[in-house]
Ligand binder design. Structure first.
Ligand code: SF4
Length: 488
C-alpha cells in the first residue's frame, strides 16, 4: 500500500492506522501526480470556510472509498488527529473488508489507557462505551479491555511509595525459535559468553543494590526473565540468585518470579535451586500443545516434555506457575489452538496463562526468510482463548500490544483468583519504578506525582554488555540523581 501524505502533521499516526490493514506500507510525502496501479491511499487537506477540510481517498483491489471531515483551526492537535484517523480507518475498512478489533486505538497499553479513563471519573460502563464509540473498538474487545483495566487498577493500589521491582535479564536461549525477535543469543553459538556474563551481571547487581539501599527504596518484586534464564547451569543459577538475594534481600511482597521457559533447559537440580532461593512463581511455556507446530517453529521439545516438567515442578512444591501460549503460529489453526487451550486448562492447570498474539519484528528468522508467516485465524484464536479461559475460571489482569503483531492484536495475562503477578501489572501499566540489570534490560524510573518516566538502557547484546561494562555501569548512577533531583 502506498500512503500519500503531503505536509501532513499526523504522519506517524496515519501510518500506524494504515498498518492495521496492510503489512507493507510505503509512505510518500507528496501528492500523487498520477495515481499508481497498485493499492494506494491519499490524505489531503485544504482550507475551506475558516476550517481545515481533510479528505481521504483510498483504493485497493479495484475498490474505492472516500471520506472527508472538517476540523476547526482551534481544535486540539490530538482531537484533530483523531478525526482524521477515524475517516482513514473507515475508508480502509471499506475497501479491505477488515475490521481491526482495536479500532483507531494504536497505543500499546489499552488497559492502562482505560484504567486512566476510569481514574479520571468515568464509570467502567462509560469507559467501555467510550472505547466503542470514540475509538471504534469492537464490543468484545472493549469488554475485555475494561475487565483488564478494572483488575489492573486494584493491583495498582499495591504499589508502595518508593517501592520498586527488580528485573534481571538473561538474554540466552538453548536455540532460537523461528518467530523470536528478542535479542536473545543461542547458547549453541555463544555458550562461552555465559560465564563471563553471569560474573559481570553479579557486579552490576552489586553496584545497583548499593544505590537502592542508599536511597532507602523498598524492593517489592523480583523478576528474572530472558531469554531463558534456566539455560544457566545449576551452579551459575545458584551464584546469580544468591547474589540477588544477598544484595537486595527478600522482596517485601514476597513475589519472586523466574522464567523457566523451555523444558529442554529444566531439571530437578535447577528447580531445587529456585525453590531454595525463595522463588515463588515460575513460567514453563508451552506456546502450543501441538508437537507439529512446535517442530515448525524450531522449539526442541514436545507437549509431553512440558507435561513432565509441570509434574516435576508441582512435586517440588511450585504452586504458582505461568504458561505462555501464542496465537497465530505458522501451521496452527483454530481447531488445534482450541485443543491447546483445553490441554492447558485440563492437563497443565497453571495458575496463570498468558496468551500472546504472534509478533514478528525485523530480527526474527521467519521474517528474514519471508516465510508464510501468520496463521490467518489468529484473531479467532485470541477470542477463543478469552472465552475458554474465562469459562475455566481465569480472569484477565494485564494487557499490552506490540508493533508488528498479527492483526494488531493484544497479549493478555489471565490468572486464577488470587494469583496475579504484580510485576507484570507494574511494568505494563507503568505504575512503579523498575530497576533492570543485564543485557537488553531497561530501567524505568517513575515519578508518579509528575507522571514522569525516564529510562536507562543497559547494552543490548551480551558481547557489547561485556565490552562496555564500565561505561554502562556509570549510567546506573543516574538512579540516585533522579530520586534526589525530583524528590521522589
Ligand atoms: S521465543 Fe523465547 S525461548 Fe524462543 S528464542 Fe525467543 S526468547 Fe528464547
Amino acid at each position: 500500500m502506498i500512503l500519500y501524505l503531503e505536509h501532513n502533521r499526523f504522519h506517524y499516526e496515519l501510518e500506524n492506522i494504515t498498518r492495521l490493514f496492510f503489512w507493507k506500507v510505503e509512505v510518500r510525502e507528496e501528492n500523487p501526480q498520477a495515481l499508481p496501479a497498485e493499492d494506494w491511499c491519499c490524505v489531503s487537506s485544504r482550507a475551506e470556510d475558516g476550517r481545515v477540510l481533510f479528505t481521504v481517498r483510498a483504493c485497493a483491489d479495484g475498490k474505492r472509498a472516500e471520506r472527508s471531515c472538517a476540523v476547526s483551526p482551534e481544535a486540539e492537535e490530538k482531537a484533530a488527529e483523531h478525526e482524521v484517523s477515524r475517516i482513514l480507518f473507515g475508508c480502509l475498512a471499506e475497501i479491505t473488508g477488515k475490521r481491526p478489533a482495536f479500532g483507531v486505538m494504536t497505543g500499546v497499553r489499552p488497559a492502562k489507557y482505560t484504567a486512566n479513563l476510569i481514574a479520571s471519573g468515568m464509570t467502567p460502563d462509560e469507559a467501555e462505551r467510550y472505547l466503542q464509540e470514540h475509538a471504534l473498538v469492537t464490543p468484545q474487545k472493549a469488554s475485555l479491555v475494561r475487565q483488564t483495566a478494572e483488575a489492573g487498577r486494584k493491583l495498582w493500589a499495591m504499589a508502595r511509595p518508593r517501592g520498586y521491582s527488580l528485573y534481571v535479564s538473561i538474554p540466552f536461549c538453548p536455540s532460537r525459535c523461528s518467530y523470536c525477535s528478542f535479542v536473545s543469543k543461542s547458547t549453541e553459538k555463544e555458550r562461552k559468553l555465559v560465564a563471563p556474563y553471569v560474573e559481570a551481571l553479579c557486579r552490576e547487581l552489586d553496584e545497583t543494590a548499593k544505590i537502592t539501599k542508599d536511597l532507602g527504596l523498598t524492593l517489592q518484586t523480583i523478576y528474572i526473565g530472558g531469554g531463558t534464564p534456566t539455560v544457566l547451569s545449576a551452579e551459575e543459577m545458584r551464584t546469580l540468585i544468591g547474589t540477588v538475594r544477598e544484595r537486595f534481600g527478600a522482596p517485601a511482597d514476597g513475589e519472586f518470579s523466574v522464567e523457566a521457559g523451555r523444558p529442554d533447559t529444566m531439571d530437578e537440580e535447577k528447580l531445587l535451586v529456585l525453590k531454595d532461593a525463595g522463588v515463588t512463581r515460575i513460567s514453563i511455556n508451552p506456546q502450543t500443545g501441538s508437537d507439529e507446530v512446535l517442530r515448525r517453529v524450531g522449539r526442541r521439545h514436545t507437549a509431553a516434555d512440558i507435561e513432565a516438567c509441570y509434574r516435576m515442578a508441582r512435586s517440588l512444591g511450585f504452586d504458582n506457575i505461568n504458561a505462555d501460549f501464542i496465537a497465530g503460529l505458522p501451521g496452527d489453526d483454530l481447531e488445534s489452538f482450541r485443543r491447546s487451550m483445553d490441554w492447558a486448562v485440563n492437563v497443565l492447570d497453571p495458575e496463570n496463562i498468558t496468551v500472546h498474539a504472534l509478533t514478528l519484528k525485523r530480527a526474527s528468522r521467519m521474517r528474514e526468510g519471508q516465510e508464510e508467516i501468520f496463521s490467518p485465524e489468529a484473531s479467532a484464536m485470541v477470542d477463543h482463548a478469552e472465552e475458554a479461559l474465562t469459562a475455566a475460571g481465569y480472569a484477565p489482569y494485564y494487557m499490552y500490544r506490540q508493533k508488528g503483531t498479527v492483526d494488531s492484536l493484544e497479549n493478555t495475562g489471565y490468572t486464577k483468583p488470587g494469583y496475579p503477578c504484580l510485576y507484570n501489572t507494574f511494568i505494563m501499566d507503568e505504575v512503579q519504578t523498575i530497576i533492570a540489570c543485564g543485557a537488553g534490560a531497561v530501567t524505568k524510573l517513575l515519578d508518579p506525582a509528575a507522571n514522569r518516566i525516564e529510562r536507562i538502557f543497559d547494552m543490548k547484546y551480551p558481547q557489547e554488555y561485556l565490552n562496555r561494562f564500565d561505561e554502562m555501569l556509570q549510567r546506573k548512577y543516574y538512579i540516585k540523581e533522579f530520586y534526589e533531583q525530583y524528590g521522589v
